[in-house]
Design a protein around this ligand. Structure first.
Ligand SMILES: NC(=O)c1ccc[n+]([C@@H]2O[C@H](COP(=O)([O-])OP(=O)(O)OC[C@H]3O[C@@H](n4cnc5c(N)ncnc54)[C@H](OP(=O)(O)O)[C@@H]3O)[C@@H](O)[C@H]2O)c1
Length: 333
């Protein structure tokens, strides 16, 4: 089969199209014929090991010290059709269309991948595809959808509350804006100039261009701040919270967590951080919202599998609005 192999830690050109063996499903596994994957900021950061030490060190110990070994095909998100099922598989059948995220097993940049029918922990999660969208769009639901749902559910948003989303124009943020709207919030989205029209089109009540305006200095106060990118100094960010507000840190460094903890210990403001729990239940919730029309997937550009390195270069320019798709196999819808 054709696969884009992750040959070394480094720039996009370390991703090389090769012929590799089609994997065979073990007992309890399914073989998926992959139709689409995505390039997330996370895929790029993993590829080049551009991650905080607390993540890059354990990742390197797991994936390979000198070069990627245990996981040598990137593409965390995937969607495709089940080609074959291993012994004892009950949850899925041949021909079912599925989507999900494969965590530290990755594998989306290949024509076939095996997944456990019941993934555990770091193995990610998968479920059947929403009936009303293409496999390309389904490939881009999981990461942004589950990260956003995880954090926004922790804030227990009440109707009419003011929610600010920092870094709203990417994979996580575009889902976050729509989920916060679904929970009844009044949403302000922050990103760069070229993404603001798109952010209005998916429901943002207000937008702020971070390249021109500093939200920490405009006097506004928010009930919930969902910081997706983690570049805002925590003390300034917390000043923009209402007295009992909640600061959701999706991407914190240890120093920020400590500073945030100190700042919140002397006020009624709350700070929330920690790893997202990927669950089938949460993925099914997202699928339902998509089928109800409450949530849509924002696609920026689509690249064929053989141009995966170009797609990584494009994502690293920071121009991506929403999601970038890798089409592994042409689909019908
Ligand atoms: N498993 C994972 O892969 C995973 C899970 C959770 C979190 N994360 C991390 O979470 C972060 C966000 O993920 P994502 O996939 O949503 O990334 P993304 O798709 O690249 O979106 C990030 C958005 O934030 C904007 N931005 C950058 N600096 C900003 C600032 N100072 N203020 C406001 N907006 C800013 C970017 O726009 P411009 O580029 O135009 O500035 C971009 O639109 C990444 O660092 C990612 O690694 C990854």
């Amino acid at each position: 089969m054709r696969a884009v192999v992750w040959t070394a830690y480094g720039p996009p050109d370390v991703l090389q199209l090769r012929e590799v063996e089609i994997p065979e499903p073990n007992d309890g596994e399914i073989l998926i014929r992959v139709h689409a994957s995505t390039v997330t900021a996370g895929d790029c950061e993993m590829r080049g090991l551009k991650l905080p030490l607390m993540i890059s060190l354990p990742m390197r110990l797991y994936v390979g010290i000198r070069r990627p070994k245990r996981m040598n095909i990137l593409g965390q998100e995937f969607a495709g059709a089940i080609e074959a099922v291993g012994k004892d598989v009950r949850r899925f059948h041949e021909g079912d269309e599925v989507f999900g995220i494969s965590g530290f097993k990755a594998g989306g940049y290949a024509e076939y991948m095996c997944r456990p029918e019941h993934p555990k922990g770091m193995e990610g999660v998968l479920t059947t595809k929403p009936v009303n969208i293409s496999l390309e769009k389904a490939a881009a639901i999981s990461l942004g959808g589950m990260e956003s749902l995880h954090y926004l559910q922790k804030a227990n948003i009440q109707i009419g509350q003011k929610v600010l989303i920092i870094g709203a124009g990417g994979s996580i943020g575009t889902m976050g804006v729509q989920l916060a709207k679904h929970f009844g919030a009044v949403v302000t989205a922050i990103d760069s100039t070229s993404k603001l029209d798109m952010l209005r089109s998916i429901g943002s009540d207000d937008v702020i261009d971070y390249t021109r305006e500093d939200f920490t200095r405009n006097g506004e106060r928010y009930d919930v701040i969902f910081d997706v990118v983690g570049k805002t100094p925590i003390a300034r960010g917390m000043r923009a919270l209402s007295n009992t507000g909640i600061y959701l840190m999706a991407n914190p460094r240890i120093s920020k967590i400590l500073r945030g903890r100190m700042a919140s210990s002397v006020t009624n403001k709350k700070i929330v951080f920690g790893n997202t729990v990927y669950s089938t239940e949460r993925l099914d919730d997202l699928k339902k919202l998509i089928e109800e029309g409450a949530l849509r997937v924002v696609i920026d550009r689509t690249f064929p599998l053989e141009q995966t390195a170009e797609a990584h270069k494009y994502v690293e320019t920071g121009q991506k609005a929403g999601n970038v798709i890798i089409t592994v196999r042409e689909t019908h819808k």
